[in-house]
Design a binder for this molecule. Sequence first.
Ligand SMILES: Cc1ncc(COP(=O)(O)O)c(C=O)c1O
Length: 458
Amino acid sequence: MSNAGRDGTSSRRDCIRTMAAAGGAAALASCAPNRRAASDAGDPETGNVEAIHFPEGYPPYPSAEATETAFAEHVSPGNVGVMKAFGTELHFGQREGARVQDAFTKKWYWDCHRNGTLYNLGHRNPDIIAAVKEALHQLEIGNLLLISGYKAKAAEKLIASTGGALTGVTYTASGAESTEVAIRAVRGITRRTKLVSIEASYHGHTCFALAAGDNPDNHERYLLDFDDFVFVPYNDLDAMTAAVDDETAAVLIESSPAQSGFPVPDSGYFQAVNDICRKNGAKLIIDEVQTGLGATGKFWFWQHHGIVPDIVTTAKGLGGGILANAAVLLAPEIKEWFFDTAIPHSSTFGGNELGCVATAKVCDLTMAPGFLEQVNALAEQFAEGLRGGPYRVNQHGLCMGILSEEMGKMEMTAKLFEAGIFTVPAWYTDGGVEFRPILTLTENEADEIIRIFRDTVG
Ligand SMILES: Cc1ncc(COP(=O)(O)O)c(C=O)c1O
């Protein structure tokens, strides 16, 4: 994939640096007309994206090596190691729609990682940006104690997305914090501490969330191996029946565990789990951080499965990829108990007013007539296009796991990256990747991703 704007990009950047050194704002303004110079323009044939914004100091380090050294020193050497091991050392530069550009190599990649639901609506979605820009004239974070119409309005829309089945919203700042709130709520309401969750699932990096996720290294490292947090295999009703008893506060399920390659449960699995919970007086929590907000072709994954959970956790895409926001959705009975105290939960950034403007816009766009139909049409296009290859496709709309017996997960990830598709290995599989195309792809873009995938993997 070439980048039509590459030459224009660097000349505009040079222009800005030179002009800025020479004389400030007026000089910088004289660079502006170059923005739409021929060499900068997007190419409608290839879909290449126009270079749009290069303020001085972006990116903050002059090279990939300098960025990695500083990141490893000040933030996380582990992350640098992981990206090197995956063969996906991508440093986000320009981002637009379904693609991201490496800041240093200038190569464009199709984003099929999507960061869970974070970029469901694409990178730098113009409708989200417009809503947030408009709100910035008046709003900021807000005050966590005060009554806010912006929080209430976004909550109203989230409740509408459940068809009114869930009626309460508690805001948080992350998926992990949503997990904490959900577990705290079920412990309080049931007066029980036992939690049953799914092997190889992930719920975030706070204490309850790590304890409820199946990663023994973390349990050992942080002393989070709780006796009453137990794990059963996904889609195994015998194990679930054996594990859930009258001491169980809740069953917590990552709707389809991403790191296991988005397995597809047997028909009736979720209804049976729901029945097991009801029979034992346990609550059912569904973690929709990966699958919510339209990614599976309905607004929520659980809406495919004929159940209404007691609690739904969500995060990532609630801010439309532009701002942070996250939430826990509560069924009426849980809401009644959880809200019956002065401050059921408090989070400065959870439900921040700008974030809530973004959340309201995300709900409007996702519930707009035709949007989910479009997601389902894209899902069908991928199902067709990927059919017959030397791999198995687990598919829930645009949440897919592609599992190969011929190619290891690291090899597949690295080869796809080389070919221009960014994703990650499905960690708990031998050969498989998490494959989450962006929900706003055009048909041509989807065809191009399918073509690259098939040329690379078969
Ligand atoms: C299923 C699931 N739950 C929870 C989380 C944690 O979300 P956050 O990173 O916002 O804490 C993640 C993050 O990837 C996730 O995939």
